[in-house]
Design a protein. Structure first.
Length: 182
């Protein structure tokens, strides 16, 4: 089992390195045909769609680069279809304005395949908002963030094999915690 995955952005925020462990992780979890050429030289912000999450990462990179902070350690959850993973991202500065992101695997548990990782036809305009850090799901009807497993039990997104698209955001607890550390 690989325990460390690394990528590096240059002073212009372009991906300049993804290590072999990161590439293998991408192939095992998202795309078995993943090629580094699909990400190298591209701005990292192009891969972070949700504005608040992107802003937090940009703030962290700026503070690392200007010497305000030497390192950030951010716990997060990174699941695959059949596993839950507790991880920690360590963000540090490198030479010439580079920022180094290293994700450390803290624990991993097997589970049965769980939505939203199940395959099936897409939903009809509905979407799921998932926290980029803890993987909680926003339950709009109750105006609350709940665990992925609880969302599968309580929400009706997955009836009859429908899989709505997943959008990423940040829950109130993770936002508060991250903003305090900035």
């Amino acid at each position: 089992m690989m325990n460390e995955f690394k990528y590096v952005i240059d002073a212009e925020d372009r991906l300049v390195l993804v290590d072999e462990a990161w590439v293998q992780f991408a192939r095992d979890n998202w795309d078995p045909h993943f090629k580094t050429s699909s990400v190298m030289g591209k701005r990292i912000w192009d891969f972070i769609r949700e504005e608040t999450t992107r802003h937090i990462y940009q703030t962290i990179a700026a503070k690392i680069r200007n010497g305000e902070k030497r390192e950030y350690r951010i716990p997060f959850r990174c699941d695959s279809p059949d596993r839950t993973r507790e991880m920690e991202m360590v963000i540090k500065g490198g030479p010439a304005g580079e920022v180094i992101f290293t994700s450390l695997l803290k624990s991993e548990k097997k589970r049965g395949i769980t939505a939203p990782h199940e395959t099936g036809p897409a939903g009809d305009g509905e979407s799921i908002r998932m926290c980029s850090w803890c993987k909680k799901i926003y339950n709009e009807e109750a105006d609350e963030w709940i665990t992925l497993e609880e969302a599968v039990r309580r929400m009706r997104f997955f009836e009859e094999g429908r899989l709505p698209p997943v959008t990423h955001g940040i829950c109130d607890d993770c936002r508060s915690s991250l903003l305090k550390s900035l």
